[in-house]
Design a protein around this ligand. Structure first.
Ligand SMILES: C[S@@+](CC[C@H](N)C(=O)[O-])C[C@H]1O[C@@H](n2cnc3c(N)ncnc32)[C@H](O)[C@@H]1O
Length: 357
């Protein structure tokens, strides 16, 4: 099964549908229908609803058609405008009351797509392109509900379109589920509504950096201190106790652990423990360390950006400190940092892949 085909668990499909409080939807469409979980959830809620779906996978369409012979289904690449023009489910100015989506997220590969929205061209992620393209087929009084990767709400890539959809279509984050529903690969998700003017976004106050950085990548150390053994390696190990007064000090142990190696330019900051601004430091491109799993590195394209970022973290320490959660040992997550830095989650995945090769 490819990464983009992680189907929605029934419990999450039901959760999404429960946000649609309007009573009288007559038609519903899912343009990446997979095995039809979202349409099934809609049919359970509104038994009279007419179900329509498309998917790029012929196999998915064949199987779903066998299960649901009364649904109108077609095989199509929904992002291809020529195919959409010729598709039976989209011709005759077809519009739907309700659109449900769990589009492909593509967590690897930072491909940027171009999308037209209200006669303007925008850059967007694949999930955002799906969302905006689907909106063209929504009845003016209809509503769209979707499961999207969390990064869509804060990545640089989708920022402009996200803002426009918020303004013009009341794009609202309905929930950020705590459970990791798509195990093994997919990033965290948010549930959103578009064009449902009865909703209010639940997450308006996401803390974000006010600087515009490009090409940052967040990396977490992969070796826990209780696994550390001298193994004749050539790189110094940096643990949180090795950062004092914003400098790396008292290095003593050299080990070999390529998956946990980080080279500058970067800033290092503690992942766990009492948040403390003196535990942040920069490293230059000449420096390579193995970092413990109590340390996070934010890689920057140049030392200049590392220094600006370092200064920003120190000067805005209260913001950073508040991102450390937990009642016992406090910790910060990669997701939180990505969100703070307006990063797309794929940047992190890419960096980890490159390190792993
Ligand atoms: C994450 S799954 C979701 C499936 C289903 N909507 C659900 O919620 O269970 C994404 C689906 O998108 C389909 N897909 C990927 N790229 C597509 C494209 N360009 N056009 C149409 N469907 C696509 C995949 O085959 C897959 O079935």
């Amino acid at each position: 099964m490819v990464r983009d085909s992680f189907y929605t668990p029934t419990v999450l499909a039901d959760k999404l549908i429960n946000f649609a409080i309007k009573k009288d939807f007559n038609s519903v469409a899912d343009f990446c229908v997979g095995d039809g979980e979202l349409l099934r959830a809609a049919k359970l809620r509104w038994p009279q609803i007419k179900c329509t779906g498309s998917d790029i996978s012929e196999d998915a369409i064949l199987k779903t058609r066998q299960e649901h012979p009364d649904w109108e289904l077609c095989q199509m690449d929904f992002l291809n405008p020529d195919l959409r023009l010729g598709a039976s489910i989209l011709n005759k100015q077809q519009r739907y009351d309700l659109i449900l989506l769990n589009p492909p997220f593509s967590c690897i590969g930072g491909t940027i797509y171009t999308v037209e929205f209200e006669k303007e061209l925008f850059q967007a992620s694949k999930a955002m392109k799906f969302l905006v393209t689907a909106l063209q087929y929504l009845e003016p009084n209809g509503a769209l509900y979707a499961i999207l990767p969390t990064s869509i709400a804060y990545s640089q890539k989708d920022k402009k379109l996200w803002g426009m959809l918020e303004k013009k279509h009341n794009l609202s984050i309905l929930e950020e589920p705590k459970t990791q529903y798509f195990k093994g690969c997919a990033p965290n998700v948010i549930l959103v509504s578009v064009n449902d003017f009865s909703q209010t976004s639940q997450f308006k106050n996401i803390t974000r950096i006010s600087l515009d950085f490009q090409q940052l990548a967040v990396f977490r150390g992969k070796i826990s201190m209780d696994q550390v053994r001298p193994n004749g390696g050539s790189k110094y190990l940096v643990h949180s106790t090795n950062v004092r007064n914003n400098k790396i000090v008292n290095l003593s142990l050299k080990i070999n652990k390529p998956l946990s190696e980080v080279s500058g330019p970067a800033i290092l900051l503690p992942r766990v423990g009492k948040p403390n601004p003196t535990k942040i430091c920069t490293i230059t491109k000449e420096e390579t360390y193995v970092i413990s799993d109590c340390i996070l590195a934010i890689k920057t394209p140049s030392i200049k950006e590392a220094r600006i970022l370092y200064r920003y973290f120190i000067d805005n320490w209260e913001l950073i400190e508040n991102m450390y959660k937990g009642t016992g040992a406090r910790y910060i997550t990669i997701d939180k940092i990505n969100q703070f830095l307006n990063l797309d989650i794929s940047d992190t995945y890419n960096y980890q892949r490159v390190k792993a090769i």
